[in-house]
Design a protein around this ligand. Structure first.
Ligand code: UTP
Length: 290
């Protein structure tokens, strides 16, 4: 079994109902922040973290995601004919970015079930899970930071962010104590889904980046669907906790929930402000509005 984290699973078979009507036909993962689909931000993060194989878990009507990472022969030929070199490089760059495979989740039966669909493609090795609607601005990339923790500690790693106050109730929250050597690393003892602020076990909200050992697949296979008929990834990780060490890690950087309309607006504004071509112009425009 390879102990290196080489593969990243992107669950992208959900219905994206929070983004209707935009997501009636277009996959949520293809919605852009400025000019790049949110899925591509995650794929670039994975590649910059040393991942060699991208595994997309897709569903009905999600073919655009596979096409996006494939060669677009007509587009490339037209750009070449018109001498649009930079755009041609951009288009070719996407298709040669990484090895991309996909697997279908026939019904959206939950995040745990989506991850389980990637079992054959992952095999018997540790792997990353990236939820594409969590767009993260971080240097070094969030997943790279997590791989460092995985290599040091040798156990599954859940990325967390600190949420002070009642806002914590919107998240899965990590239970456990910080490592005395490194207060960013938590020895995880449990997880509580959307707790009331008063009883939240910590300030550490679990976000959409995980490094998991392959044992989680067997545990997910035996995980019963919850109240809404979905197999939850957190239930699989809770079962993993009974057998192996699991760590929380407060990543350095900023995460945007681009699966939500407000979070998408925040990501759009902040990424646009960082763009050298028009960041200053956009800042002046925003100032003029308020
Ligand atoms: P979300 O719950 O945020 O996505 O799941 P959703 O269900 O598409 O969105 P809403 O809530 O209806 O707006 C987090 C990630 O897990 C994937 C989603 O595609 C998303 O990237 N997912 C979720 C699956 O791949 N399969 C599922 O059965 C559920």
């Amino acid at each position: 079994m390879s102990q290196r984290v080489r593969k990243a699973v992107f669950p992208a078979a959900g219905l994206g109902t929070r983004f209707l009507p935009a997501t009636k036909v277009i996959p949520k993962e293809m919605l852009p922040v400025v000019d790049k689909p949110i899925l591509q931000y995650g794929v670039e993060e994975a590649i910059a973290s040393g991942i060699e194989h991208i595994i997309l878990v897709t569903g009905r009507g999600k073919g655009a995601m596979e096409d996006h990472f494939d060669i677009s022969f007509e587009l490339d030929a037209t750009l070449e004919k018109k001498g649009k070199k930079e755009l041609l490089e951009l288009s070719r760059g996407i298709s040669s970015m990484a090895r991309v495979s996909s697997v279908r989740q026939k019904e959206p039966l939950g995040l745990g079930h989506a991850v389980l669909c990637a079992k054959e493609l992952v095999g018997d090795e540790p792997f990353a899970v990236i939820l594409p609607d969590d767009v993260i601005d971080a240097a070094p990339p969030c997943l790279k930071q997590m791989i460092g923790v995985f290599n040091e500690k040798g156990g599954s790693v859940l990325a967390t962010m600190t949420v002070e106050g009642p806002g914590i109730s919107a998240y899965g929250v990590l239970a456990g104590a910080p490592d005395p050597q490194n207060p960013r690393i938590y020895n995880c003892t449990g997880m509580v889904e959307k707790p009331k602020f008063e009883v939240a076990p910590s300030t550490q909200a679990i976000i959409g980046r995980y490094i998991l050992t392959p044992r989680v697949f067997e545990l997910l296979e035996h995980t019963q669907p919850g109240a809404v008929g979905e197999i939850q990834l957190t239930d699989g990780i809770k079962a993993l906790l009974k057998e192996e060490k699991v760590f929380g890690y407060t990543f350095e950087g900023k995460r945007f929930d681009a699966g939500d309309k407000f979070g998408m607006l925040q990501a759009t504004v902040e990424f646009a402000l960082k763009r050298p071509e028009f960041g200053e112009k956009f800042r002046a425009y925003l100032k003029g509005l308020v």
